[in-house]
Write a protein that binds this ligand. Structure first.
Ligand code: SR1
Ligand code: MG
Length: 410
């Protein structure tokens, strides 16, 4: 039964996980619906002692309506993803107070005064330590959710658990990997982009690479990915960052979350000329590039540190490969190269789908004047193409920043 502002207190007013934190007489609580995402209901419940978030899955895609049904069991997977992320990267995600599987609802920590990262990026605000925090999150969850670290039986049990989530990855498969590359029914794009869209959809070499990346997404079930790590899935103050909303959790490639995240930073970067005045534009865009550099540098450094300290799983087992030739170090570096290449490919595809497919993002959508929006989106699309095609040739994140500056100047 869907929660409403009216029925939430009668239904949750006696649940100790809520009453303990909100306090006082439930009749005096304030309940506000704040969900602005594509799928769920989200309420803030506030009382004299504090506040909690109540998130409930709806049996359909909120963005589209009840013509697109979606199983409620995604709340179950979100709950299990959050518990694992909390263990693998303590403090990174909201604390869970209560989970009701039948009602598909999670009661969790109210993050305050945090706001959605995308909102801050559009407003031109900086977040100290952003790149470090999200780089650590990506590295720790990628490493500690894999057989580099987990016991093989435990990882295989989790792989089996999360493989029960079918309809949610199907959204990613369709909206991210397929729809951008043909005239799918729910697609839409900004007036004025038709020539660029036609160019991309007739680019045989690029579309071949998209198909390889789709296979990588589907076949490389190596770690538990957040699955939807965009700038709407991080909440920040000026100095703190937390990750939310892992209902798209799946077992996939170690570079997936990193690539999605970098794509969303880049979309913030390319959209800035419409949000900033000339005197602050360059400095803010350069700050975003520094965040990208900090994110990727931290990812690489943290992954290497975990490799040295926590390689307790089946893969790259140091007891079997103690040689003078440093075979494990070489294997680590080759693996990081592979993660980087995959991440760049997924990054390029995410940059495409947010302009061409169903679910766009506010970085560009908030630009009312389509004559301003279209050329900025075109830069973003063309850089996405470049990354898909040349992902093995972008040596490192500094080179990636240079490529972004180059497309930004075109
Ligand atoms: C129909 S759901 C559209 C998008 O919203 C989610 O946040 C995911 O990014 C998904 O692709
Ligand atoms: Mg979401």
């Amino acid at each position: 039964e869907a929660l409403t502002v009216e029925n939430l207190i009668p239904r949750l007013g006696q649940v100790s996980a809520v009453t303990d934190r909100v306090g006082g007489d439930p009749a005096g609580w304030s309940v506000t619906e704040v969900g602005d995402g594509n799928l769920n209901l989200v309420f803030i419940v506030t009382g004299p002692d504090g506040a909690v978030i109540v998130k409930q899955a709806l049996p359909y895609v909120r963005l589209v309506g009840d013509s697109w049904p979606l199983p409620l069991y995604r709340a179950f997977y979100e709950f299990h993803a959050l518990t694992r992320q909390a263990t693998r990267d303590p403090g990174s995600v909201p604390e869970i107070y209560h989970f009701d599987e039948v009602q598909a609802l999670i009661v969790m920590e109210y993050l305050s005064p945090h706001v959605i990262l995308r909102t801050k990026l559009i407003a031109g605000e900086q977040v100290a330590g952003l790149g470090q925090r999200l780089g650590e999150f990506c590295a720790r969850t990628a490493f500690r959710g894999s057989e580099l670290c987990m016991k093989s039986a435990e990882k295989k049990a989790d792989l089996a658990l999360f493989s029960g989530s079918v309809e949610i990855p199907a959204i990613t498969e369709a909206l991210i990997f397929r729809d951008p590359y043909f005239a799918a029914e729910m697609n839409h794009h900004t007036k004025g982009l038709d020539p660029v869209v036609a160019h991309l959809r007739s680019d045989v070499a690029m579309k071949e690479q998209v198909q390889h990346l789709f296979r990588t997404f589907s076949a490389k079930a190596e770690t538990m990915c957040h699955g939807d790590l965009h700038s709407g899935s991080a909440m920040c103050t000026d100095t703190q960052t937390r990750v939310i909303d892992p209902e798209f959790v799946f077992y996939g490639p170690m570079g997936f979350d990193l690539g999605m995240l970098v794509a969303n930073y880049l979309m913030a970067y390319f959209s800035q000329p419409a949000h900033r005045s000339a005197d602050s534009l360059n400095a803010y865009q350069e700050w975003i590039l520094q965040v990208i550099i900090e994110t990727v540098d931290t990812f690489m450094a943290e992954f290497k540190a975990l490799w040295a300290a926590e390689r307790t799983g089946m893969l790259y087992d140091r007891s079997q490969f103690e040689d003078q030739g440093h075979s494990s170090d070489n294997a680590r570096d080759a693996l990081l190269d592979e993660i980087w290449s995959d991440a760049l490919g997924f990054c390029g595809i995410e940059m495409h789908r947010r302009i061409l497919s169903l679910a766009h993002n506010a970085d560009f959508e908030a630009i009312d004047d389509v004559a301003i929006r279209a050329p900025l989106e075109a830069r973003n699309l063309m850089m996405g193409r470049d990354l898909i095609l040349r992902r093995d040739m972008v040596a490192d994140v500094r080179r990636l920043s240079d490529i972004a500056r180059q497309f930004n100047g075109e």
